[in-house]
Write a protein that binds this ligand. Sequence first.
Ligand code: DON
Length: 306
Amino acid sequence: MKNIQKIYEHAQQMTHKGNAASYIPALAKEDPTMLAVSLMSMNEQIELGDCKKTFTLQSVVKVLSFMVAANHHGIEEIMRYVDVEPTGDSFNSIVRLESNNNKPFNPMINAGAITIASLLPGESMFERVKSVTAFIEKILSKQVSVNNEVFMSEYHSADYNRAIAYILQANGFLKSDVEEALQVYLQLCSISVNASDLAKIALYLATNGQNSEAVCSKQVINIAKALMMTCGMYNFSGKFAAFVGLPAKSGVSGAIIAVVKEGEIEQLKGPIGIGLYGPAIDDVGNSVAGIDFLTEMSKQYELFCL
Ligand code: DON
């Protein structure tokens, strides 16, 4: 089955194995049978399904907010607040907030991402959110906006995240107050994009920033990719690394970005960015069709990068 269209069709049949996220009411309305995949090299693109359909970044934004904060403060300072160790726990788990000297384990889980939200450059909620949207806008060469319906929906069902933020504050791992950190984090999760945008973001990582004017140090980009490889797919990250072997990050909207440093997929050659949207997610929080597509694609086109 060495044909990207066939891999897509097979993955699309897997959507019935998952459900759209229901814990955020605004996400529950998405069509669970949908699958959009965009693959982008420096000069070619393959689009499968409706790659212009918009959805929210959710946890995919954790990669970008980490990059903005780390590029601003330097990695040494950031690591005083957030570690780079995987947990194997679910994304909103609080169990480890009393180990590792109370420091959040990594920026890809909610605890680390809420700390990162408080460390973003700026003096207000607006400026901190803007620091990340401006970075995304540079990568995409277009404006992006926050989906207010999703943000409000999240904000009114944020008990767990609020609890995490209070524990972080009590332990000295928040630079802003609880409500501001929470609102910045949730607004960033609610940024609207489409599958083509995701592919361009992934290509930015694959090319170490060579496909746009957005500025980020190579060290920070490399650490972002290492975090994606070790912690990017929630508590499925180990299996994803073992059986797909690509740095990737997912979100509960069904979004996934995956990075091919060097590969060949049909007419695409060299660094390739992959953006995917399949809102039917599994129990862990990953798009079921997305996992199926990436697993088969990595196998067929020999993309395993380790
Ligand atoms: O914190 C939440 O519940 C969401 N806004 C983000 C969820 C997500 O995609 C999974 N997080 N790692």
